[in-house]
Design a protein. Structure first.
Lengths: 384, 99, 184
């Protein structure tokens, strides 16, 4: 059924169709509508779930961890400062291997106080052991929540489904809402490996000595390494049922491109418009939108950038004292594979500044004009 | 993977034995914490009022109730003295451990 | 692709108007993208809402700077702000007003249409003269002048979106749609 819905409600529909059993969340702009709709669904019986009102995001994640450990499918959503407040519990969820799925609306970190989009909130959680999916449309948000539960539960690793503030969260788009019966076939009920239950009492997350801790982390990394193949397989399975493939990356006209734009989030869709215009003017440019950031899709990135002469990464984030975070990741992915191919790093759109087709034209013009980047960061659209 | 009720110390010899999540695999019954004790509680049953407060307060579940009377489980009692402190009849005294 | 900008004041249902239009367009297999101004809304302050319409999937997620048409939900805004900012030559300026198009001093490169949506709303008992709820009448006007959707699709979208006085809202949308026929 096609419906015109905002990105925040796309997250709610995803959580509802996944038959989430426990939802614990705290409101924060621009995420609030996600949990507003879910609380209405719980109240009117559309969704048979326990909705837990909590006093903070830290508690929201703690409640989701407990629920998941008890064998329930648990969902929450947050943004920016709320995600930062959850930080300790993010490590706890991944360390305890509970497959919680969380929506995060990408909002820049304060101060200065802000509610607009950039990726520094979720990328600050890079090393917590969560999988991260960056979405570019409301359709992708609904679909990815379903896939995220499937992959998370198979690997016992939590997932973050991420969408840009306003450009998706508050933007209405036509979404084909997946049919409930088909979703049930794709995503059967959660069957945890172990769970909290009086009939088989266990303690979870207890004291772990140096004799054992390292092996637990080795296992987390090994399971994370299994994720790329599983994401592709579950993406194909999704495509068979719903006609839409959900992959690690979204390549657009990369095969013969001399310059590959590397993008993420909604900017990854806007880039396509710029690519079409530049192609029409004779510039051989392509766009590789990174959908899954953790685990990082090394193989896919190497494959799609192999034939290009230059790689131009556009980051809506920054690691202060280093450079754009996707740009760091790209360099590490192609190191030893790129024969000295230059990787240009651009920073654009911080704190909700718009990223337009013209921004990408500027990026590509710079990459054409320079054999090598003059600096680790080239700023786009900044008044400098 | 070892049986979860095994009262013995678990040592993984290979990664295959390590569970996915950090969780208890066996009991701590192998860990006789009574050896940590340097003072021990002794209950003078003639003064005991059978209130159960020592049983309730013991943080290590080392006060057992046998035939309605409290008995110290010296295999696990660490000698913390909470039972003696809380006993309203003052019938539990801590005495030096003689080894 | 058609890009439209709506001007209203916070609390007048400007964003809802763009959403209803999006719903109506989606029923006829169009791709739509509707979004409010990115930020905080305050009752009475000037607000804008946007809609992109195309027969193909819409990949451009940047904001609209040069709309094809603008819709002015609150006539007092014409004095307060430049509603023609970025408007493409030949674009419509559709205003909720009891004045005639010629009474507005817009450059001749734009086409101007006025419909008294406030009168239609009040007559259909949608709000009061001081605070009329004009969004359903406005979408009726926009739909007709720009030839975006069939009236049936619009009325279905109005019925789906509005739970209070749905019939009055449908009547207001139909009447506005008819009146706007003068410009077609």
């Amino acid at each position: 059924m096609k419906k015109v819905i905002m990105g925040n409600h796309a997250l709610s529909y995803g959580a509802m169709l996944a038959r989430s059993q426990v939802i614990a969340a705290y409101p924060i702009t621009p995420q609030t509508q996600v949990v507003e709709l879910l609380s209405e669904m719980c109240a009117d019986g559309t969704l048979d779930a326990k909705f837990i009102k909590v006093e903070s995001e830290h508690s929201a994640m703690a409640a989701c961890i407990g629920a998941s450990a008890a064998g329930a499918r648990a969902f929450t959503a947050t943004s920016a400062q709320g995600l930062a407040l959850m930080h300790e519990m993010l490590h706890w969820a991944a360390g305890e291997r509970v497959p919680v799925v969380m929506g995060n609306v990408n909002r820049a970190m304060a101060p200065g106080w802000t509610i607009w989009a950039d990726q520094n909130d979720s990328l600050s959680q890079r090393d917590t052991g969560w999988m991260q999916y960056y979405c570019a449309s409301n359709q992708e948000v609904v679909d990815t929540v379903l896939q995220a539960f499937k992959v998370s539960e198979a690997l016992s690793i939590p997932s973050m489904v991420i969408l840009d503030a306003f450009a998706l969260s508050h933007t209405y788009e036509v979404v084909d809402i997946p049919e409930a019966a088909k979703v049930d076939a794709y995503l059967p009920p959660f069957r945890p490996l172990y769970k909290l239950t009086p009939s088989d009492p266990r303690a979870f997350g207890g004291l772990t000595s140096p004799e054992h801790y390292m092996e637990l982390r080795y296992k987390l990394q090994k399971d994370m390494e299994k994720a790329p193949a599983l994401i592709e397989a579950t993406g194909r399975e999704f495509e068979k049922i719903f006609g839409r493939y959900l992959g690690l990356v979204d390549p657009y006209l990369c095969e013969d491109a001399e310059i590959i734009l590397v993008t993420s989030g909604t900017a990854g869709y806007t880039a396509r418009v710029a690519v079409d215009a530049m192609r029409a003017a004779g510039t051989k440019v392509g766009n590789l939108r990174i959908k899954v950031f953790r685990p990082f899709p090394f193989e896919a990135v190497r494959k799609y950038t192999a034939a290009a002469k230059k790689i131009a990464v556009v980051d809506r984030n920054i690691s202060y004292g280093h450079h754009g975070i996707f740009s760091q990741e790209l360099k590490s992915a192609v190191y030893g594979h790129a024969d000295g191919k230059p990787v240009f790093g651009f920073i654009a759109g911080l704190g909700g500044r718009d990223i337009t087709p013209a921004s990408f034209k500027e990026v590509v013009d710079y990459a054409i004009a320079h054999e090598q980047p003059e600096a680790e960061i080239v700023w786009i659209g900044a008044k400098i | 993977m070892p049986k979860k009720r095994d009262a013995k110390k678990i040592n993984f010899t290979s990664i295959a034995e390590v569970p996915t999540m950090p969780m208890s695999l066996g009991s701590m019954l192998w860990n006789k914490t009574g050896t940590w004790r340097n003072i021990r509680p002794e209950i003078k049953l003639e003064d005991c009022i059978q209130c159960g407060i020592c049983w309730k307060f013991c943080p290590d579940m080392s006060i057992l109730i046998e035939n309605e009377w409290p008995v110290v489980d010296y295999d696990f009692c660490k000698g913390c003295g909470i039972c003696a402190e809380e006993c309203p009849a003052k019938c539990i005294v801590m005495v030096e451990e003689r080894k | 692709m058609i890009e439209i900008r709506f001007h209203g004041r916070g609390g007048q249902g400007t964003v809802v108007a763009s959403k209803i239009l999006a719903d109506a367009l989606a029923q006829e297999d169009n791709y739509v993208q509707a979004y409010p101004e990115f930020g905080v809304e305050r009752r009475g302050s000037p607000v804008v809402a946007f809609i992109r319409i195309d027969s193909k999937p819409i990949y451009d997620k940047s904001r609209i700077y040069a709309p094809d048409h603008v819709v002015v939900v609150d006539p007092t805004l014409v004095e307060a702000i430049d509603v023609t900012e970025g408007l493409k030559d030949g674009g419509w300026i559709i205003i909720n007003s009891d004045k005639k198009p010629g009474e507005f001093a817009f450059p001749s490169k734009f086409k101007v249409a006025t419909v008294n949506a406030t009168e239609i709303a009040v007559r259909n008992k949608l709000g009061s003269l001081a605070a009329p709820i004009v969004n359903t009448a406005i979408v009726g006007v926009v739909t007709r002048i720009l030839g975006l959707t069939k009236l049936d699709s619009l009325l279905k979208a109005v019925g789906d979106a509005i739970s209070i006085k749905p019939e009055n809202n449908k009547t207001a949308a139909s009447e506005a749609y008819e009146q706007a026929g003068d410009y077609c």
